[in-house]
Design a protein around this ligand. Structure first.
Ligand code: GLU
Length: 349
């Protein structure tokens, strides 16, 4: 039997880290078993439908490298299926119709008075209809499990196997929310964490049995690893810089920092130099002028060493070349700038 799993977010916007963990875990579960992942959009509850929410989720999944094999299947387009299931539940499953027209199974509403479907019914009907073999979701849904089993029987089916995983909580142990920052995939992306680092972090968490605390220090470590694993081309592209600038981007700890380094190297702001910067810059012009058009990092380091040996003001040189007092390693800046560009900047300063 082919393993079929589903990831079923409500379209509320960019995925929370915990939801992204569910997506990654479902993808991995399917991949390890030659199975299929269905993307289902749970949009029956108007309060949980946000304009652009589905697009944001699709963007997050693409960014994380989580592909799906079927879908998106939207619950809002499957009302007929749910109505049929409700009829079965009324005929032979022990459901009752209220005076106002709502259909209930015990305390639980399956269809509202206006005929719209609740998440409880829609989720169960879809898991049966889409032939889902394993439901993998956060443990916040554990309380639904028994109820879903009863609904499945009422509509004439058996619930698939259900696996609940621990939630990702904030570093303070509370439910992740906007207040924490770093809580959604969009926020992590904007912070400059490479997709590979976030994906590696979620893969590392796997299917946690108990709740875990978001470990930002670990994420940042993985970001540094992911950046050092990138080729010059990848890193430059991620920072929006030409590949020649790559040496200066190497030490960046995030892609936001890499973009900032790229800006320093590509379009520096003019800076105020100390009065006695002259001799350092003159010596630099001599050394750089006598070296090749492009420097290896070793050649660049040799120039920095010589300048230092004669008591050169390295901070002044950095200011002259980048307009800023801090940034990438000085040798990396030299390796990223052509000879002409470096000499022009030194002369202008
Ligand atoms: N739409 C539900 C959620 O986002 C899905 C729960 C489930 O996987 O059944 O929490």
């Amino acid at each position: 039997m082919t393993v079929r799993v589903r990831f079923a977010p409500s379209p509320t916007g960019s995925l929370h880290v915990g939801n992204a963990l569910t997506a990654v875990a479902n993808r991995r579960f399917a991949d390890e078993r030659g199975g299929v992942l269905v993307l289902r959009i749970d949009d029956t509850d108007p309060a949980r439908v946000v304009e652009g929410g589905e697009e944001a989720i699709l963007e997050d999944l693409a960014w994380l490298g989580v592909a799906f094999d079927e879908g998106p299947v939207r619950q809002s387009e499957r009302g007929e299926l749910y109505a049929e299931a409700a009829t079965r539940a009324l005929e032979s499953g022990g459901a009752v119709r209220d005076e106002d027209g709502a259909v209930r199974l015990g305390q639980t509403t399956l269809l509202r008075a206006d005929g719209s479907t609740t998440y409880q019914l829609a989720s169960v009907v879809d898991d049966l209809d889409l032939a889902i073999t394993h439901v993998i979701r956060g443990s916040d849904h554990r309380p639904n499990h028994e109820l879903h089993r009863r609904i499945a029987r009422a509509v004439g089916g058996e619930l698939p196997e259900v696996i609940h995983h621990g939630l990702v909580l904030g570093e303070d142990g509370k439910k992740l929310s906007k207040r924490h920052g770093h809580s959604s995939i969009a926020e992590l992306r904007e912070e400059g964490l490479p997709a590979g680092a976030v994906r590696a972090y979620l893969d590392e968490l796997g299917l946690p049995e108990h709740d875990v605390h978001l470990d930002l220090a670990r994420l940042r470590r993985l970001a540094i690893d992911a950046i050092s694993a990138m080729s010059d081309e990848e890193l430059a592209a991620a920072a929006g810089a030409p590949v020649e600038a790559a040496p200066a981007l190497r030490g960046a700890r995030s892609l936001v920092e890499a973009r900032e380094y790229a800006r320093l190297v590509l379009s520096p702001e003019p800076a105020e130099l100390p009065d006695d910067a002259g001799p350092t810059l003159e010596r630099f012009v001599e050394l750089r002028g006598g070296a090749p058009e492009r420097l290896t990092t070793d050649e660049a380091r040799a120039i920095v060493r010589e300048l230092k040996a004669v008591g050169g003001d390295l901070r002044a040189l950095r200011l002259a070349l980048t307009g800023a007092a801090t940034g990438p390693e000085l040798a990396a800046i030299l390796a990223a700038l052509s000879r002409d560009e470096a000499l022009v900047r030194a002369a202008r300063a």
